[in-house]
Design a protein around this ligand. Sequence first.
Ligand SMILES: [Zn+2]
Length: 270
Amino acid sequence: MPELPEVETVVRSLQPLLIGRQIQDFTCLWTRTLSDFTTADFADQIKKQTIRAIHRRGKYILIDLDTGYILVHLRMTGKLLFARELPQQMKHVRAWFSLDEQSCLYFEDIRKFGRITFRSTLTDLESKLGPEPLSDEFTSILLKQILTGTSRQIKPLLLDQSVLAGLGNIYCDEVLWKAAIHPRTPARRIPSRKIEILHTAIVTILTEAIKHQGTTIRNFGFQGERSGNYHNRLQVFGKTGQPCPCCKTTVVKLSVAQRGTHICPSCQKF
Ligand SMILES: [Zn+2]
């Protein structure tokens, strides 16, 4: 599933192509792709509007228009792609925006979990999302406040988008390994020194992953049929049976909060 670095990569790839374009029309082939709107109502909201900006909040792509925002969540397999014309292979195309100069922005989604909607303000979205890990707001002091206030297990806590926006299964496993924290550790039991290491791990790993255009294991791709390269730098995620890069103990896979979770049992003691 695309996480913060992958969504950021999509946004950066689309910025130079979309900003300043006018939306002419919208077509939806799989109606559940649209949340809260019929295709006609959604099209009415966005037609003839100019794309002012495109940015990311958590795992959401936000397209700024004059009267509001198009919100896109890629979920498992969504891809948002700009093209001069629709692809010849339309099997997985669920919706598209017709743009000026005979161009289009189309949404391809094999698993059909991705969603598109429109909001006139971002108030609702902001109320659902925790801080951005790469913003100035996210300090080690803030992370300490978040963790000391709860006895929830650290991995499901970090996956909770209302606590911290943007982390998913891959980067959670990577940051917890880097900070040598077992994913089932109750948050308030994590010592202050380790919280500082965890904070640094979150910021540096996400920053590095953006630099390498995200992780492509399956299905993640962006403009120009490109894929991310960060999977070459993963340390524990997907490395079951391989030696831990730090201590050579075999990496094992557990289930934590119903998510496949990779740890080094020596580095990450419970
Ligand atoms: Zn280890």
